[in-house]
Design a protein around this ligand. Structure first.
Ligand SMILES: C[S@@+](CC[C@H](N)C(=O)[O-])C[C@H]1O[C@@H](n2cnc3c(N)ncnc32)[C@H](O)[C@@H]1O
Length: 282
């Protein structure tokens, strides 16, 4: 139980998170279904990797693996859903909740008990490297811990899984803002940039006790329904401002005192390498 009396991995924010996830999955599955219709037989089963599957949720609030199974099913996809869970009681409950999906044919759920840093590489080692490529999603929901960049990239390095998009639920106010003590070399932004995907979008949800966001990443410059889902590009002015707020604490965002700033030794060249001329705006 958490300090707020909720089971591990669950809070008052969870149903909202799931609502957003359900919208995102519906939009993604719809696009994948359209690709399959257009390029009949070219791509394989969709693959959804839930790195932090949890206990399956409640009767009123389905957890992420169930949402994935339902979204894939509703879009008519053939899909494999890998569900990683390290905590045995949650895993056992998850298995019960997933019941019929475990033996599914069109949509099948593959529960993986243990640390995802062990179970996922084991599965990847057995995953066929020939045959069609797969669309789908890697979903990270690490309860406020930092992104597992290495693991996500490892999945993306599999020759048949590089098309998977990435969706991460992150708490900027948790581990990232404590990085000065524990991870001085890691930033929210550097981790986002280290995930091997070309484009990113963020969607903020303000809650009373933290700053939780969804980060979506893809190689395709067009997140389905981005605006309707409330996502903004990470390189838009609003996205940049949001990331800065999430990356730095209020104190860190204060302008540096003049005596702490390093004085420039020479005038900085502008972007094209030409020295600025006094009074002239490039
Ligand atoms: C926030 S909860 C997941 C909730 C779930 N994604 C949902 O939306 O219903 C995080 C879960 O990740 C599990 N977890 C944490 N680290 C893990 C790891 N290295 N491998 C597998 N599971 C892990 C925890 O036991 C916990 O159940």
């Amino acid at each position: 139980m958490s300090a707020r009396g909720e089971p591990p991995g669950r809070s008052a924010e969870t149903p909202h998170k799931h609502e957003d996830l359900a919208y995102f999955l519906a939009a993604l599955c719809d696009v994948i279904a359209k690709i399959h219709t257009r390029y009949q037989g070219v791509f394989g089963r969709s693959v959804f990797v839930d790195l932090h599957a949890g206990d399956g949720g409640t009767d009123e609030d389905a957890g992420s693996p169930l949402l994935m199974a339902m979204a894939a099913n509703a879009a008519g996809l053939r899909a494999d859903i890998w569900c990683c869970e390290v905590y045995r009681p949650s895993y056992l409950r998850l298995q019960r909740v997933l019941g019929p999906w475990l033996t599914g044919d069109r949509v099948r759920v593959i529960p993986l008990l243990g640390d995802n840093r062990v179970t996922v590489p084991e599965l990847l080692a057995r995953y066929p490297t020939n045959g069609p490529a797969h669309f789908g999603l890697i979903h990270s929901d690490s309860n406020g811990a930092m992104l597992d960049v290495d693991l996500i990239n490892r999945i993306l390095h599999h020759p048949k899984l590089e098309k998977l998009d990435v969706l991460s639920y992150l708490a900027a106010a948790a581990d990232y803002k404590r990085r000065w003590t524990y991870h001085p070399d890691r930033h929210f932004r550097s981790d986002i940039a280290a995930i091997e995907k070309r484009y990113g979008w963020v969607r903020r949800r303000e809650v009373s006790w933290g700053q939780w966001i969804y980060l979506a990443q893809s190689n395709y410059d067009g997140l389905p329904n981005a605006k309707a889902l409330g996502f903004i590009s990470t390189v838009s002015p609003e996205g940049e401002a949001l990331l800065t707020r999430l990356d730095l604490s209020k104190r860190e965002r204060q302008p540096m005192l003049p005596f702490l700033a390093t004085p420039p030794t020479a005038p900085m060249p502008n972007i094209s390498g030409i020295q600025p001329i006094d009074g002239f705006e490039f």
